[in-house]
Design a protein around this ligand. Structure first.
Ligand SMILES: *[C@@H]1O[C@H](CO)[C@@H](O)[C@H](O)[C@H]1NC(C)=O
Ligand SMILES: *[C@@H]1O[C@H](CO)[C@@H](O)[C@H](O)[C@H]1NC(C)=O
Length: 329
């Protein structure tokens, strides 16, 4: 990346105008909904966060249903099942954590209902999309605890047509951060039937105090601002800690030794226009340095959140890559 200025990089980004427009709207509203006093205007977010109800009639070949796990903390999941799965047929199960900077969105958000439906129908697989608690109302480690609780629940109450021995923990952006921490915590628990066969982190949201080269060079690329990510870390991390907290900076100066951790083979997706890519690279190096097996897929023209847009060519490549990983374990 050295030798190229940030503005040259940004003008070399080719995106359809419709996607640029959607990203600009998302950016403006999420920017406007976070307040200086550390709270979120959730009413304002409803302008862009369209909700989709579950449906037992197949939509694009997939049925959905919602299951409550713990009403006291609004812990529930949406289950995606491809149509025509017969009673004896068991498919791999994906436990999915949506993105949204640890602050926004849910499994019923249209973009995530669409994405999980695509995964279920096209891989094919069953998908459990988790409604975990959000910051700033709920700080670290609430969403990690919610993720482990969901794994324990499905271990005891296997959803229809799910092969618990082929369970993959998957998530994008903030959800990718959850994939690491939930998988690490789950490694300390003995499940009855559930076996984690792989971890898939799609452009995971990691960070730290330092400003990396990609954060500086790619400032101003769609859907991202360092002011907003700083705000989100502050909203999520414990009072008084900085961004080198191990929740954000997994292999940073304050992290503990993870060499003894039970961690499955992982697949990490990165994009050339994602300002978070340097943090993701360090994360992959950290895993490898601790003897964990990790496959990195890096799309040079991909922006942060490319997978939300099926019309982008990388979205198709991404599905094939997921399918290969899941069906080769
Ligand atoms: C933050 O600001 C909003 C809007 O101005 C206000 O409604 C809310 O009560 C404030 N919250 C705190 C904790 O100061
Ligand atoms: C929101 O947008 C304004 C104007 O573009 C910018 O100055 C500000 O830093 C942004 N705030 C956050 C938290 O992203």
């Amino acid at each position: 990346m050295s030798g190229t200025s940030g503005s040259e990089l940004r003008t070399s980004l080719k995106l359809p105008w419709r996607i640029r427009f959607i990203l600009a709207a998302l950016n403006a509203i999420s920017n406007a909904s976070i307040r200086r006093n550390g709270t979120v205007n959730r009413c304002l977010m409803t302008l862009i966060d369209f909700k989709v109800p579950p449906s037992d009639k197949p939509v694009k070949g997939v049925t959905t249903s919602d299951t409550t796990v713990d009403p006291s903390r609004n812990l529930w999941f949406r289950y995606f099942l491809p149509r025509g799965t017969t009673s004896g047929e068991n498919l791999p199960i994906i436990v999915y954590f949506h993105g949204g900077s640890l602050v926004f969105l849910s499994p019923s958000s249209k973009s995530y209902d669409d994405l999980c439906r695509r995964l279920a129908g096209e891989l094919p697989a069953t998908v459990v999309s988790v409604n975990y608690r959000l910051a700033p109302e709920h700080k670290f480690p609430s969403p990690y605890e919610d993720g482990v609780e969901i794994l324990k629940f499905i271990d005891e109450n296997p959803p229809a047509n799910a092969d618990l021995t082929r369970c993959f923990i998957v998530g994008d952006s903030a959800g990718g951060n959850l994939v690491h921490h939930v998988t690490a915590r789950a490694g300390e628990h003995d499940f009855r039937n559930l076996k984690i066969a792989g971890a898939i982190l799609i452009q995971p949201f990691f960070g730290g105090e330092e400003r990396t080269e990609s954060e500086i060079q790619l400032a101003g690329t769609p859907l991202w601002s360092v002011e907003r990510t700083d705000w989100c870390w502050k909203a999520f991390l414990p009072e008084g800690s900085d961004r080198d907290h191990p929740a954000a900076n997994v292999f940073g100066p304050k992290s503990s030794d993870i060499s003894g951790l039970k961690f499955p083979k992982s697949l990490v997706f990165m994009g050339g226009f994602d300002p978070l890519r340097d943090w993701q690279k360090r994360y992959c190096e950290g895993l490898k340095g601790n003897g964990k097996e990790v496959k990195v897929v890096d799309y040079p023209n991909a922006i942060h959140s490319f997978y939300i847009f099926p019309q982008l060519p990388e979205s198709t490549l991404f599905l094939t890559e997921l399918q290969d990983f899941i069906y080769s374990q």
